[in-house]
Design a protein around this ligand. Sequence first.
Ligand code: NAD
Ligand code: DAU
Length: 332
Amino acid sequence: MNRIIVTGGAGFIGSNFVHHLVAHTDAHVTVLDKLTYASTEASLAGLPEERVQLVVGDITDASLVDRLVAGADAVVHYAAESHNDNSLEDPAPFVQTNLVGTFTLLEAVRKHDVRFHHVSTDEVYGDLDLDDPKRFTEDTPYQPSSPYSASKAGSDHLVRAWVRSFGVRATISNCSNNYGPWQHVEKFIPRQITEVLDGRRPRVYGDGLNVRDWIHTEDHSSAVLAILERGRTGETYLIGADGEKSNLEVVRAILRTFGRPEDDIEWVTDRAGHDRRYAIESGKLRSELGWEPRFQDFDEGLAETIDWYRAHEDWWRPLKAETEAKYAAKGH
Ligand code: NAD
Ligand code: DAU
């Protein structure tokens, strides 16, 4: 697998994966990315031009996708509309990119018999109660809550159908919440870090007790590479690093790092349909493929991430005012 297409490779997790591929393989990478508001070419800065090529284009463009896939050994599919709050405002691009885009890619890999890895989310399983001892497994029934998670659930179903009906060589991974460098400031952790850097208070939805299962994006990348190289066709692997934390715990950890009082919080309007808790059981990935996360200590990973945002104001500053204006209009 020397020629790899990474869709959405200029976004948060996709760009981290491209950096990971360059560092850990000899692959030549074609990034196919529409460069929506969520991405910037700057996330790919410093990568060797002879290894990484950016094609600016839409995954729903069937002729472009067909041409690129014809010359590839594998496609790793990250491109998506990814933010729940946006999907509540305007679901249309979520259906278009996440469903029609995945369909377009599947038709191309089917035609050219190219290996496909579909990157998905734990949100397809809905949510868990705070006191539920269960975690999501590969056998948990689908029960998505938001337009975003419903569109990702639909895309997973398309992939499985293309495997079973047409013999497409595909795998799927469903990962929990990522944090790390190059994440857009609309998302929870970078939003709070940059709010504090701007001298404002972190903004917490509802009662702050919602739980997310945090994983460093570098660990997500190593898991996807393991599945791409050694995963069994047709299989789904859950990716998680035992990082359950309430939003309040995360915000307090950020405030502590900045030496600010732990209750210096702005409580804002809750998200409609807000999922209560996500939790991943990643035993299959660990036992079958021998994968282990490198970031076992959330506070350490968070401190590194805070340092990254401190050092890269030039990267996030252009995104900040517009993002906050959108949130202010919604009472968030
Ligand atoms: P992101 O919003 O940061 O990046 C998405 C990328 O896709 C952007 O570069 C954007 O320009 C590109 N894109 C959007 N529409 C496109 C289109 N029509 N054609 C081509 N490119 C297009 O998202 P992210 O957080 O990096 O998530 C990447 C993937 O990982 C998504 O599929 C998401 O569902 C999945 N995922 C995310 C998380 C998380 O915590 N962020 C967790 C699990 C899974
Ligand atoms: O679980 C994986 C999913 O994680 C991915 O599929 C999504 O693409 C990704 O965006 C993420 O979804 P969430 O909705 O969990 O992430 P978000 O960063 O938007 O919010 C995390 C939690 O923080 C959630 O409970 C809502 C809350 N929140 C969010 C923001 C932006 C706040 O309390 N305040 C905020 O300002």
